[in-house]
Design a binder for this molecule. Structure first.
Ligand code: ZN
Length: 162
């Protein structure tokens, strides 16, 4: 386990489409552990593997006071509702933007042991799932801004970084 350096824009890994994980093995476990540690060290609520320079479809989410969620090869199977949210990203430091995210999403994928999982996320968890899965497709939240005025400098400890 190690705290890994977080890639920031304009690092090209952030714009690549990440590859599916074919077999969940020891190196995947090591990556997951390091991602969880890196997310906590950065006070983030979520992290996707491309943010640490690894173009694989792995995400971790750590909503405060809740157990971490690890999903390998996650896929959104349903989105419902929409709400305006303030969002930040560890890979876009110093900014926060207002965008629209779903109220609720259903996601399927594999857990860290390779078992199939399905979960439903509402509110912050839905936002985090959409944000991290976007990272796997080379998409940043800033791509969802309707105008440049929706991006502003972040004030200290304001919004969750994903
Ligand atoms: Zn992010």
């Amino acid at each position: 386990m190690a705290v890994l350096p977080i890639r920031v824009v304009p690092d090209p890994t952030l714009r690549q489409r990440a590859r599916r994980v074919k077999s969940i093995d020891g190196s995947t476990q090591k990556l997951i552990d390091s991602m969880v540690e890196t997310m906590h060290a950065a006070n983030g609520v979520g992290l996707a593997a491309p943010q640490v320079g690894i173009p694989l479809r792995v995400i971790v989410i750590g909503i405060p006071e809740e157990e971490e969620i690890v999903i390998v090869n996650p896929q959104i199977i349903r989105r419902t509702g929409g709400r305006r949210v303030n969002e930040g990203c560890l890979s876009v430091p110093g900014y926060v933007g207002e965008i629209t995210r779903s109220e609720s999403v259903r996601v399927k994928g594999r857990d860290r042991h390779g078992r199939e999982i399905r979960l439903r996320g509402d509110d912050l968890l839905a936002q985090a799932l959409e944000h991290e899965i976007d990272h796997l497709n080379g998409v940043l939240y800033t791509d969802h801004l309707e105008s440049a005025d929706e991006l502003r400098p972040a004030e200290r400890s304001e919004e969750a970084d994903l």
